[in-house]
Design a protein around this ligand. Structure first.
Ligand SMILES: [Zn+2]
Length: 427
């Protein structure tokens, strides 16, 4: 099935990119559209003696068009825009909302500029002008729990566990240094996670960060917990305080663009007949981003008949990684690169029968299997901070463990300092 020298190809069904994009958008915290009844100003703070109307901003709207639709006059527009904070109304954005409070004589008394569910500005009549005040609401952060078992793909199993797209990707990213989600994932692998959700008046606004998670891959369980260190840097660690982040990515390309890891019926790459093969092949759509597996320096970036477009990266004295058959190279020889920096895109240049990344990992000049080579550890929690780390993270890990077997709401009171605690606000 493969050419004499080239790498074998896997037959792949494409991951539904367009659906994924749509879901991803929904998962973004700010992408939730403002509801018909915006919450930025609670109902009890709206002056009941006034008559209220609303106008939503469309593209092309100005204060004048909005006021005109609300049957207010040019004088009203002038008085508001000439007021001290009137200049803040020069830039309006679609889907913002204006609420007009008019008294019995038809006089505009209060104007609410509702920018989002959380942020608004209230203009109040003060003689012939208006004074204004910004109102910002803080959402309540609660913890939720989910678990799942891999049946067909991480992505599908994540959706089945009712996980938003964004969290499925975050979950894969947390364990990306330990698990090759393209080749290692197996049916009956399982995961569990504790994550933040933001609520306002009992309504879910957005999904926050994963706080703690486990992933069991072929009977080996990996645990990760989120922690912000002394320096204010946030990372995921093992319960013992070792960084989840390692010097090398296990899979040097965007796993969410390829489906082999999600297709358990896929055939394994067979290289037995190809003596010269010394790497791993990741079949992926042409153009899939290829990342540098670790920090390093580009020692070669060129073209040859066999390799096609290729990039070699040196990492310290010991390691070299090689990326072949690229469609496009995105780096030059001599350039420094960071881990997960884009260095090229998947292609089929050179001896390749279809688009794939051929990836090699060398330790002291010797080829090693990139999927199984033991990777060096990076940045554990310093000894001096270990006690603080454990105080902060053990309650989260305990809660994750105790939530197992349920998928109901798991409120937390001793969770994190920014946590409002409990399910009390979900009323
Ligand atoms: Zn190959």
């Amino acid at each position: 099935m493969a050419s004499a020298i080239g790498c074998c190809l896997l037959v792949l069904a494409l991951y539904p990119v367009s659906d994924a994009k749509a879901n991803r958008q929904l998962a973004e915290p700010v992408a939730i559209p403002v509801a018909a009844q915006p919450l930025a100003i609670p109902a009890e703070e709206i002056e009941p003696a006034l008559v209220w109307t609303e106008q939503r901003v469309s593209s092309g709207d100005s204060l004048s068009t909005l006021f005109s639709r609300a049957e207010l006059t040019a004088i009203d527009v002038y008085q508001v825009s000439a007021s001290q904070d009137g200049k803040l109304l020069r830039n309006l954005y679609p889907d913002e909302l204006f609420r007009f409070g008019v008294d019995s004589t038809g006089q505009l008394q209060e104007l609410h500029h509702i920018q989002s569910k959380l942020v608004s500005r209230v203009f109040t009549r003060d003689g012939e002008s208006y004074s204004s005040e910004q109102r910002v609401r803080e959402p309540d952060t609660l913890l939720n729990y989910r678990e799942g078992v891999i049946k067909d793909s991480l992505y599908m199993s994540g959706l089945e566990a009712d996980l938003p797209d964004k969290l499925i990707m975050e979950l894969a990213n947390i364990f990306a240094w330990d698990i090759d989600f393209v080749f290692d994932i197996r049916k009956e692998d399982s995961f569990s996670l504790l994550y933040e959700e933001q609520f306002l008046d009992g309504e879910k606004l957005s999904v926050g960060n994963i706080i703690a998670a486990t992933f069991t891959n072929r009977d080996k369980t990996y645990q990760a917990v989120r922690y912000t260190n002394d320096q204010g840097e946030t990372n995921y660690y093992t319960p013992e305080g070792l960084s989840m982040r390692k010097a090398f990515l296990r899979t040097p390309l965007d796993i969410f663009r390829i489906s082999s890891g999600f297709n358990l019926k896929r055939k394994h790459p067979i290289h037995k007949k190809i003596k010269a093969h010394r790497g791993v092949d990741y079949a992926a759509p042409r153009g899939t981003p290829v990342y540098s597996a670790g920090d390093g320096k580009v020692i070669a970036a060129g073209y040859s008949k066999a390799n096609g477009n290729y990039v070699f990266v040196q990492h310290g004295q010991t390691y070299i990684t090689k990326y072949l058959h690229l469609n496009k190279k995105k780096v030059r020889k001599g350039q420094s690169v960071r881990q997960k920096q884009l260095i090229g895109t998947v292609g089929s240049t050179g001896y390749a029968t279809g688009p794939h990344l051929h990836y090699e990992f060398l330790v002291n000049g010797v080829h090693r299997n990139p999927r199984t080579v033991k990777l060096p550890q990076a940045n554990p929690i310093p000894k001096a901070e270990l006690a603080a780390f454990q105080t902060a993270t053990q309650p989260m890990l305990r809660q994750l463990a105790q939530s197992g077997g349920t998928s109901s709401f798991a409120g937390s009171s001793d969770a994190t300092d920014k946590n409002s605690g409990g399910t009390s606000s979900a009323n």
